[in-house]
Design a protein around this ligand. Structure first.
Ligand code: ASP
Length: 338
């Protein structure tokens, strides 16, 4: 039986071609994708294409489009076996993370991919990314989808979406998930690491919760930074602080005073690390103990993208009874290591 995949094209380099006379990149009509990659017809799956009316550079893609994609998947969930989202690479990790929280009880693959070079370029990486993503998006065993989560496929690697970050603007190998193993790898054989795949709890059925709040602020600290700005920001509900190493911050009296003031004003403080790999351990050093004292929330080894979109999803979300701190500390979709 041919599996059915819904391909959603949002924009980005993958959908562009080069005008070899002018050298300029231009979007091409994505419904013609089959003429660009005739090999798609050889795949053992049936692909339907839904293209954004206006393809977007992924820096223009945000909450409105995340909701649009999540709802579109929700609407078509019963009619397709898998979903493939073609996306610009710049913010793909944000979209993948946001979707992982919006899509609950997922039992089908939702794969995101893009490319560093346009599909019409002679040396393009788009073709491999697209074809292998379609393979993973339609991979079933014993009538069950093998991948049942939001994943990113890029340059021979399948990664958990909410663990990814774009780490190179240059190399084809642009994505990493430094704190979680690779879910699958494409070489001579297409491998899948079954032990690392996410599975929703058996009693949770599929639903879409597109809730996203934009009252989340993210700040990276640096030596010598003045903290005064923080107390001037009105309506701050969640401040995600990206701090040094395993959770340290300069230990001045001012730091304690300002962070306490933020908490007294009712804002939550989530702490994530500036390091690419590893995570937060409050109290490991004296200079991180302050976060215990003020009741901050540890972002553990979550990526910044994941912590931001998780906070956006949970803040003021009526579907989550109880405190923000409680829900933020739960592992909702395998976004941090236990
Ligand atoms: N600026 C582009 C985007 O993110 C880059 C890409 O597609 O890779 O939409």
């Amino acid at each position: 039986m041919k599996r059915k995949v819904l391909l959603i094209y949002t924009g980005g380099t993958i959908g562009m071609e080069k005008n070899y006379e002018t050298g300029a990149l231009m979007p091409f009509n994505f419904s013609n994708i089959f003429s660009k990659i005739p090999e798609m017809k050889l795949l053992e799956c049936e692909v339907s294409v839904h293209s954004f009316e206006k393809p977007l550079d992924s820096s223009d893609l945000g909450p409105a489009e995340w909701k649009q994609i999540a709802n579109y998947i929700g609407k078509n969930y019963g009619s397709y076996d898998g979903f493939l989202i073609l996306h610009g690479t710049d913010t793909m990790s944000y979209t993948a993370s946001a979707l992982s929280f919006m899509l609950k009880g997922l039992r089908k693959p939702v794969i995101l991919t893009g490319s560093q070079l346009p599909i019409g370029d002679l040396r393009t990486d788009a073709k491999e990314n697209l074809l292998t993503s379609l393979y993973y998006a339609s991979l079933y065993e014993n009538e069950e989808a093998v991948v049942q989560e939001v994943a990113v496929y890029f340059e021979y690697k399948l990664l958990r979406g909410n663990r990814t970050l774009k780490y190179s603007a240059e190399y084809f190998d642009a994505y990493q998930s430094p704190n979680y193993p690779i879910l699958g790898q494409s070489g001579v054989h297409l491998n899948i690491e079954k032990d690392f795949l996410y599975r929703s709890a058996a009693d949770v059925s599929f639903s879409v919760d597109p809730h996203i709040s934009q009252e989340v602020l993210f700040w990276r600290i640096f030596p010598g930074m003045t903290l005064d700005y923080f107390t001037e920001i009105p309506k701050m509900k969640v401040l995600i602080l990206q701090v040094f190493g395993s959770g340290t911050i300069f230990s001045s009296e001012k730091t304690e005073k300002v962070l306490r003031k933020i908490r007294e004003n009712g804002a939550e403080i989530v702490v994530v690390t500036q390091c690419i790999s590893g995570g937060i351990t409050f109290g490991k050093y004296e200079n991180s103990d302050i976060f215990n004292r003020i009741g901050a929330i540890s972002g553990k080894d979550m990526t910044a993208e994941s912590a931001i979109t998780k906070a956006m999803h949970l803040l003021d979300n009526a579907n989550y009874e109880g405190t923000f701190a409680h829900h933020f500390s739960q592992n909702l979709r395998g976004e941090f290591s236990e």
